[in-house]
Design a binder for this molecule. Sequence first.
Ligand SMILES: NC(=O)c1ccc[n+]([C@@H]2O[C@H](COP(=O)([O-])OP(=O)(O)OC[C@H]3O[C@@H](n4cnc5c(N)ncnc54)[C@H](OP(=O)(O)O)[C@@H]3O)[C@@H](O)[C@H]2O)c1
Length: 300
Amino acid sequence: MRILITGSNGLLGQKITDLCMQKSISFLATSKGDNRYSKISDAEYRPMDIAIREEIESVVAEFKPTVIINTAAITNVDYCEDHKELCDLINVEAVRNLLHVAEKNNIHLIHLSTDFVFDGEKGPYKETDERNPLSYYGLSKVKSEDLLLNSAYKNWAIVRTIIVFGIAENMSRSNIVLWAKSALEEGQPMTIVDDQFRAPTFAEDLAWACVRIGELNARGIYHISGPDTFSIIELVQKVADYWGLDKSTLKTVSSSSLNQAAKRPPKTGFILDKARMDLGYDPGTFEESLDKLSSQLKKN
Ligand SMILES: NC(=O)c1ccc[n+]([C@@H]2O[C@H](COP(=O)([O-])OP(=O)(O)OC[C@H]3O[C@@H](n4cnc5c(N)ncnc54)[C@H](OP(=O)(O)O)[C@@H]3O)[C@@H](O)[C@H]2O)c1
């Protein structure tokens, strides 16, 4: 197996890179612009903008991957709401490019999607549940999924996931666990919603599932998240409890009071039966993942 990783500067991209190194899987890391992950050597990295088909074609001709894992995306939900054209370009048209190149070279395309394809009225969701996105980001991912679902080419997998957390280097954005930990440590006042429910996903578990899907040449849709679903306020309280931090700065609010550009689904969470059965996916509990994160932080 030879894995081409897109978006390797991002959180998931770095974790897949780590796993390829640990498992001695041949890989090429690519992202837009320069490499920002210190573990990757010059030989293991190429700048590649997935919005430019010729760049993908040239990297694929050089590296000859058997698998492409597409982690690259515009992942900021409110930014997508305000920048719909750019969101379409990277989250939809670029996936069309990847699918085209994958089909031409018979490459297994593994594409990342989101719980935001659902409206959150009846989570937890299974892979076959009906999609009804509330945000432009969610809609862009639905459109990208449709490219694969409606293609005659079937050598692909869609991996949907939910708020991903973990540590990575030089990230362009943080994630809820690290953000909550540092805000709580600094005693900053925080307003947190109590009417949105999610299953937080440890980045290492998600990376494991993506690589496993490649190893098995698994096809179709997979739901990959942490095993436990709770409200965002409970999530932040758990972070506080884990590191023994003061919770008096936390104020609970409803989603409607936040005035965010994009609407969020109230309750997602995933049914993981298919991933457990097909892949042997067995994610740690939230606390077990915090244990791992905590020891990573100590090493840094
Ligand atoms: N994180 C979550 O909570 C979450 C939840 C559900 C689904 N997902 C999906 O999971 C995937 C991975 O998420 P993540 O957390 O690893 O995201 P991330 O940390 O934001 O990483 C995405 C990476 O893609 C790169 N990128 C953006 N445009 C690109 C382009 N045109 N060509 C090549 N690379 C480009 C970004 O570069 P820069 O760093 O330079 O901007 C970034 O490094 C995404 O598809 C996301 O939609 C994530």
